[in-house]
Every structure is written in C-alpha cells, then in structure tokens.
Design a protein around this ligand. Structure first.
Ligand SMILES: Cc1nc2ccc(C(=O)NCC(C)C)cc2n2c(-c3cc(OC(C)(C)C)ccc3Cl)nnc12
Ligand SMILES: [Mg+2]
Ligand SMILES: [Zn+2]
Length: 344
C-alpha cells in the first residue's frame, strides 16, 4: 500500500511548471472537468498556493504532493464518484473562496478555508458508486461499521481522509499547532458529514431561516450552516455549468444509479424507479431534483452572496433544457422512435 505513489510522481507534482495560467480558471463559468486528469494534481497545488495556504500553514510541497497523489489513488474508477468529481468539487471551493472573498470578508478564518478546500477534495474518497441505503441492504462492511450513527459512506470518506493524512510523508498539516490541527480535523469532520443528502434535509429549513434573518458571523450555528451550505453547493456545482456539461454529468450519475439497480435486481430486490434503467425517466427525475433540491440551495447562497445569482440563473437554464429534452423524449416515445439512451 505504502509504495502506491512513487518518489518520481511526488517530484513531478512538486516541480509543477508555474505557467499554469488557464484563462477564466477563476470564473464560475469555467468547467474543471476539461483539465486533463494528469494535470489535476498540479492544479490542486496551484489553487492552494493562490489561496495562500502554503505560506500561512508552512506546508512542505513534497508532503502536500504525496497527500494529493494518495487522495487521487483513494478514489475508485466508478462513473461519477471518481477523482474528476473530487477535483471539480475542490475547484468550486477555490471559486467560492476567491469570488466571495470568504476569508477577506470574515466569513471563514484561514483555517476554516483550508478545511473547506481539503474537505471538498476528500469528501467522497473510496466511494463505490452506491448509496447509503444500498450499504444497509447489502450488509456491507461499511454498514456494519457505521450504520448505527448514519451517514455510512460519509463516515467512511472521513476515515479514509484521516488515514491518508496519517500515511507516511502525507501529513502536510504537521506545522499546525496542536490546537489548530485538532480544530482543522473537527472542521473536516463537520464538512464531510454535511455532504450526506439526509443531513442536508435535516438542516435545510434552518439554513433558509438564517438567510432570511440575515447571516450573523458571530453565531457558531450560522458559521456551521454556511460551511454545510458551501459543501453542498460545491458537491452540486456541476449543475451550475452549461447544458452540455450538465447533461454529460447526469449520464454519469445515472450510469452509477442504474448499475446499483442492476445489483439490487441481482439480489432479488426491487430498485427505486430512478435506479431502474427500465423505469427511470431521467428528465422527470432531474427536473424534480433541480427544482426541489438544487436551486433552493443556491438561492440561499445567493441571498448571502449576491454574485452567486449567476449560479441560480445557470440552474434555471438547465431546468429549461431538461423541460425541452423531456418534451422531445415524450414525443419520441409516443412515436415509439427511440430508446432513452439515444436521446440523452
Ligand atoms: C444531478 C444530480 N442528481 C441527483 C439525483 C438524485 C440524487 C439522490 O441522491 N437522491 C436520493 C436517493 C439516491 C436516496 C442525487 C443527485 N445528485 C447529486 C448528489 C447530491 C448529494 O447530496 C447533496 C450534495 C447534499 C445534495 C449526494 C449524492 C449525490 Cl449523487 N449530485 N448531483 C446530483
Ligand atoms: Mg458523497
Ligand atoms: Zn460528492
């Protein structure tokens, strides 16, 4: 396990050519999935340098490089919950930190900003492409470990993150004071656990109330709700890009959902409609997800950060595209013209 990352790999990342000036990289319209996979570790280093973390926390490049490479190895080759998802979620954290000036304006301390960026990068480590409920149903090892506390997958992602930090030569946080280190791990725990959809639904109404009464930086629960909101926004950031990107990502998500449905059928169980490739209507389900869940989260974000309004507008555009894709799909089905895959 230890020699999964070679010294040469580490050196390549620490010696990243600094001329990584990609136009529009720091804009919300940029789609991070267009960065070549082999270039992504260098871009993580670039983002952490730009955010001031290397200087503020005296981070040694070879430790950080080794950590990034182990995190990348920690992700599996599944259709959606893979390293490019992790990279795109971390990129959104970089966009939020820079465009909303979260540290400059006192929303986050530098330590909270570091925890946010690292949590986004690590939040789905070792995901198997199956849901929390599937862990219970299949009596997976992870369910036996964590089902009593809930958020089974998220607790595993957290545990994998801490294990990676404790892997030889990966602890890039070793210059932090004891207090800061403990505080940082606490923040990473809250932030990764916030990416469980069930946890989001539990606090959503209070996040809405927080936005309506006005965000108060002095209130610890407001700071917790904002950190959770920024995690879910990062996790959903594919939905704020252009239609081509959004449609491509939906296909990856349903490739995972349908593979789980096939597994459930193989186990003699009846999968939920959206997991069943014979029954799912992707446009209908996506319209429901975007209008009931996704756009609500970004609307709260936009009440706190006005320049997040363009993200709400992008989601509205994608809703319009799903509606027209649904009309075409329905018409083609009536004419018996196509199987769903052709359309999407
Ligand atoms: C485009 C898009 N469609 C989705 C449709 C349905 C669901 C879903 O999980 N339905 C519940 C069933 C499975 C029990 C999630 C979807 N989804 C997510 C997502 C969001 C998550 O949770 C946060 C970040 C807290 C919202 C957690 C995991 C995922 Cl995959 N990301 N993009 C999508
Ligand atoms: Mg997750
Ligand atoms: Zn995720």
């Amino acid at each position: 396990y230890h020699m999964q990352v070679s010294q040469q790999d580490v050196l390549d990342v620490t010696m990243c050519p600094s001329e990584h000036e990609v136009p529009d990289f720091a804009k919300f319209t940029f789609t991070p999935r267009k960065i070549l996979p082999k270039e992504t570790p260098c871009f993580i280093m670039k983002m952490m340098k730009d955010l001031g973390f290397i200087d503020t926390f005296k981070i040694k490049s070879d430790n950080l490089a080794r950590f990034i490479l182990y995190v990348r190895k920690g992700y599996r080759d599944v259709p959606y919950h893979n390293w490019s998802h992790a990279f795109s979620v971390a990129h959104f954290a970089y966009l939020a930190l820079t465009n909303f000036q979260l540290v400059e304006k006192g929303y986050f301390t530098q330590l909270e900003a570091l925890a946010y960026f690292i949590s986004c990068l690590c939040h789905d480590i070792d995901h198997r492409g199956t849901t929390n409920s599937f862990q219970q149903q299949s009596n997976s090892v992870l369910a036996s470990l964590y089902s009593s506390e809930g958020s089974v997958m998220e607790r595993h992602h957290l545990s994998q993150t801490i294990c990676t930090l404790n892997t030889g030569g990966c602890n890039f946080l070793d210059a932090l004071s004891k207090d800061d280190y403990v505080k940082c791990l606490d923040l990473i725990k809250d932030m990764i656990l916030a990416t469980d959809l069930a946890s989001h639904y539990k606090i959503h109404s209070r996040q809405l109330a927080m936005a309506q009464e006005g965000y108060n930086k002095a209130l610890p629960e407001h700071r917790y709700y904002l950190a959770s909101l920024l995690m879910t926004c990062a996790d959903l950031s594919d939905q704020t890009k252009d239609w081509k990107e959004t449609k491509k990502v939906a296909q990856l998500i349903y490739a995972e959902f349908f593979a789980q449905g096939d597994l459930e059928k193989g186990m003699g169980r009846v999968p939920a409609n959206m997991m069943d490739r014979e029954k799912a209507s992707i446009p209908d389900h996506q319209l429901e997800f975007l209008t009931q869940c996704c756009i609500c989260i970004f609307r709260i974000l936009a009440t706190i950060f006005p320049n997040a309004k363009i993200l709400v507008e992008a989601i509205k555009q994608n809703i319009i595209c799903w509606e027209s894709s649904k009309r075409i799909f329905d018409r083609l089905c009536i004419e018996g013209k196509t199987s769903y895959e052709v359309l999407v």
